[in-house]
Ligand binder design. Structure first.
Ligand code: AMP
Length: 378
């Protein structure tokens, strides 16, 4: 199947070619016709599957019908995302794919952690608004934006958006939207929140499920080390140096720990930065950009970053500490070995965590050869 067969606008076809997309990915091939027909959709596909373009392309196409465009504060499309990083990333895709369209589409990201005034000003004339829930409500309450004319609602990382942490804000937002609209939900996993809530949100939805997380995780090389907490730092440095690892994403379970690990690596001559919820927005974006471009050798992150962020063909992921849930483990190791390129995910396990780790492996249906770090010389 080609993009042309999807009957997309010629400018959209040019833009996909410019971005190096040769053919639609499976989620794109299936979702684009459904969205163009105006149907509701529940798309189960992980980050890396091309799911962003699968809603961006048809939305841009829908906005090409000539209309008298008033400049106002009434977006037609609202995309809700759980993190600032994802807001920026999705907006970039709207801008790149929307370049030079005859009916220009103004897309814009709004998120917390930065000053609200510039966002209020810039919202004038917005067509597509990509937002995190809290900041969106702040802007709405200040009359900087009105949601009564939203025709299409997208929930990216819908399982996250519909979980308890966002529940109140989401309910308030749903109350501000017109009842008649197109709803597009995308999620990497089909969780309980989703099965319950999609019934409320979606009308006669088309459900598209691409791949299976566990199957995809099988493509990743996994290896594990038994190591005590006190030896984790030296083992990490040893592995990075001995294997000359160049782009390494390290996961810790807290921001404090991420700062510590990054600090220690830097002190030992391995350029590293940390990224987590307590960092400023500019520090988070700066670190991510440096890491993506290859200028930064190690990024130490909490689970916040394992969802939704697309870093292509990341060669190494190291679980410095185990996540609590198997789902987070899949999200973390899913950052590596994408798009048919091989990846290695290394996990540090303390003796006390052995039982918990076995549960994770069982859920993933994977066996992992464990290496006893006491037997290594470092
Ligand atoms: P996503 O799943 O939306 O995070 O996208 C993952 C990555 O795939 C992004 O870096 C996109 O640029 C890339 N991508 C999206 N669609 C295609 C396509 N049809 N062909 C090749 N790459 C694509």
């Amino acid at each position: 199947m080609s993009f042309k067969a999807l009957q997309l606008h010629p400018t959209l076809l040019t833009n996909t070619t410019t971005l190096g997309y040769e053919n639609p990915t499976p989620i794109q091939a299936q979702a684009i016709p459904v969205i163009l027909k105006g149907r509701d959709l529940l798309g189960i596909a992980k980050t890396g599957s091309g799911k962003t373009a699968s809603f961006v392309l048809p939305i841009l196409q829908q906005m090409q019908t000539p209309a008298i465009r008033k400049r106002n504060r009434l977006p037609k499309v609202l995309v809700l995302v759980p993190t600032r990083e994802l807001a920026v990333q999705v907006t970039e895709v709207f801008k790149e794919l929307g370049l030079n369209l005859p009916q220009p589409v103004k897309s814009m990201a709004v998120y917390g952690g930065v000053s609200i005034n510039p966002q209020m000003k810039a919202l004038y004339g917005v067509d597509v608004l990509i937002a995190t829930p809290g900041r969106l409500l702040d802007l709405q309450r200040s009359n900087a934006v009105e949601l009564s004319k939203v025709k299409t609602l997208v929930l990216d990382e819908a399982d996250k958006m519909l979980n308890l942490g966002f529940q109140k804000e989401m309910e308030e937002i749903f109350g501000l939207l017109p009842k008649s609209r197109q709803n597009l939900l995308f999620s990497a996993t089909l969780s309980h929140q989703l099965t319950g809530l999609h019934k409320v949100l979606l009308t006669n939805p088309k459900i598209i499920e691409i791949g299976n997380q566990v199957d995809e995780a099988e493509l990743i090389n996994l290896s594990g080390y038994f190591v005590g907490d006190d030896r984790k730092g030296p083992l990490l440095r040893h592995l990075i140096k001995a294997q000359n690892m160049q782009q390494v994403l390290v996961f810790t379970s807290s921001g404090v720990k991420a700062d510590k690990v990054a600090g220690k690596l830097s002190k030992n001559g391995i350029p590293a930065l940390s990224i987590h919820g307590k960092k400023s927005q500019s520090a988070r974006l700066g670190a991510l950009e440096k890491f993506k471009s290859g200028a930064l050798q190690v990024l130490v992150a909490t689970d916040l970053i394992s969802r939704g962020i697309d870093i292509q063909e990341l060669p190494y992921v190291i679980n410095y500490e185990l996540p609590r849930s198997p789902k987070d483990f899949v999200h973390r190791v899913g950052r590596t070995g994408r798009a048919e390129s091989e990846g290695l995910a290394i996990t540090f396990v303390t003796r006390e965590e052995t039982a918990h780790f076995k549960v994770i492996l069982k859920k993933m249906k994977r066996y992992m050869e464990m290496i006893d770090s006491d037997l290594l010389d470092f």
